[in-house]
Design a protein around this ligand. Structure first.
Ligand code: FAD
Length: 470
């Protein structure tokens, strides 16, 4: 194929980092091309991450609700069944609709979409191995690396995506496993464990560390783990999986204490490897052009997303920082704004984290442990959803809101929510942190009644004064 000359920005990777950077670049007047090798846009997030997982979480929640919770509301259903292919169909429809939507946005914003694998052959040069065959040479002023991340594999465990699966395989199982072992108690493992647990699998989560989701506020995490245990999830902390072998039609999983000790075995039908993700830079040619990566394989950038080579930038999961879609998007926008001479900036202190289990857990800012370790004097305000009228009226009152504010200035330092729709509620906290609000600012802001968000207001009241309803 012919080459593309005089491009301003070429983005390699069409995930939430890359496609957002490409659209924003075009909106800022840059002639922009986005190269993606997957055959569809949206990256990990849309194809095998955020979106399909949330689809299955919702469907499985409906099933679980119908089975266990409808009756208490006077809704009698009998013979509730799962049609797994249909559930997968609904998930696939959500994914394909959204990926096509991005193609539409590319057309609307005049971003050129090149389907193929890009390799950086020098500053300003990208050579694309086209999916349809042949190659295309692209010359551009600026190159943005947005190649994202991939599943971290574990020694001695070979992923076949059928029985020994990564999250990708776990999003597409064709049968409900009787027993599933999840390696890794991070949010991806717990979300997939929730999906299959609700559909009937017996779940054991094996975690090397001494806690699930280690980034979470300790108090909230303890309460979260108790809630998951009530949902019949079993946890083996401080434990490592050393081997997974086929045994008949199932699997034999060898585990041992993380600190060393006697090995034991567990049976499973499916093992999910969810022990983290690693930056993906395969075939990009970084070494040849001299783009430096750190010891974790992440592309090194300065605070303007510039790599060690002039004209080459990097954003999203492939650089340091939380591996989250919204963080990748923020990087993408800021990076191209800086290229356009604008004041692009990402405030990494206000990036929320959400675990989409039920209840959800969402947080922004510092945990109590972090504030304590930093020697910052602080107040804590808490409010349980048990005392929130909306949560009670919908009979979904497990969880709490916890706010941490500076003892002297009352400035909000961290907000942690476990409860229904916590992932939606967290954003007033993000805004509070972004604007440097005090807990009193939140508490004196009128909140609609009856809403779950009133629990945020009451927790804020409890931070600097007293709540009304608890
Ligand atoms: P990616 O989305 O990984 O996109 C990179 C793209 O680059 C890929 O499509 C890849 O094919 C392409 N590519 C790579 N190399 C080349 C090349 N040489 N040439 C051309 N193309 C190339 N995050 C959240 O914020 N919320 C969630 O709920 C959430 N849920 C998740 C659930 C699961 C199961 C998983 C696995 C992840 C989840 N994530 C979630 C994380 C989220 O998916 C990532 O943080 C996000 O996708 C990172 O975006 P990115 O653009 O940096 O990279």
């Amino acid at each position: 194929a012919a080459g593309d000359e005089n491009i301003d920005v070429v983005v390699v990777g069409g995930g939430p980092g890359g496609y957002v950077a490409a659209i924003k670049a075009a909106q800022l007047g840059f002639k922009t091309t986005c190269v993606e090798k997957r055959g569809s846009l949206g990256g990990t997030c849309l194809n095998v991450g955020c979106i399909p997982s949330k689809a299955l979480l919702h469907s499985s929640h409906m099933f679980h609700d119908a089975q266990h919770n409808f009756a208490a509301h006077g809704v009698t259903v009998t013979n509730v069944q799962i049609d797994l292919p249909k559930m997968m169909d609904q998930k696939n429809k959500a994914v394909s609709g959204l990926t096509k939507g991005i193609e539409g946005l590319f057309k609307k914003n005049k971003v050129t979409y090149v389907k193929g694998a890009g390799k950086i052959t020098g500053p300003g040069s990208v050579s694309v191995e086209l999916l349809e065959g042949g190659t295309k040479e692209i010359k551009a002023k600026h190159i943005i690396i947005a190649t994202g991340s991939d599943v971290k594999s574990l020694p001695g465990i070979t992923i076949d995506e059928k029985q020994i699966v990564s999250s990708t395989g776990a999003l597409a199982l064709t049968e409900i496993p009787e027993k599933m072992i999840v390696i890794g108690g991070g949010y991806i493992g717990l979300e997939m464990a929730s999906v299959w647990g609700r559909l009937g699998s017996e779940i054991t989560v094996v975690e090397f560390g001494d806690a699930i989701v280690p980034s979470m506020d300790g108090e909230v995490r303890k309460s979260f783990q108790r809630t998951l245990e009530k949902q019949k999830m079993k946890f083996k902390l401080k434990t490592k999986v050393s081997k997974v072998e086929k045994s008949g039609t199932g699997l034999k999983v060898t585990i041992e204490p993380a600190a060393g000790g006697e090995a034991t075995t567990l049976d499973a039908n499916v093992v999910l490897v969810a022990a983290g993700r690693v930056p993906y830079i395969k075939g990009l040619g970084l070494e040849e052009v001299g783009v430096k990566v750190d010891k974790f394989g992440r592309v090194e950038v300065d605070d303007h997303f510039k790599t060690s080579v002039d004209g080459i930038y990097a954003i999203g999961d492939v650089i340091p920082g939380p591996m989250l879609a919204h963080k990748a998007e923020e990087d993408g926008v800021a990076c191209v704004e800086l290229l356009a001479g604008k004041a692009g900036h990402v405030n990494y202190d206000t990036v929320p984290g959400v675990v989409y289990t039920h209840p959800e857990v969402a947080s922004v800012g510092k945990t109590e442990e972090q504030v304590k370790a930093a020697g910052i004097p602080y107040n804590v305000g808490k409010f349980p959803f048990m005392a929130n009228s909306r949560a009670r009226s919908i009979d979904d009152a497990d969880g709490l809101v916890k706010i941490i504010a500076h003892k002297e200035t009352d400035k909000v330092l961290g907000v942690h929510i476990m409860g229904p729709s916590a992932g939606e509620m967290i954003h007033e906290a993000c805004l509070a942190l972004e604007y440097g609000a005090s807990s009193e600012d939140i508490a004196r802001t009128c909140h609609g009644h009856p809403t779950l968000s009133e629990a945020v207001k009451e927790a804020a009241m409890a931070t600097y004064d007293k709540p009304i309803h608890f």
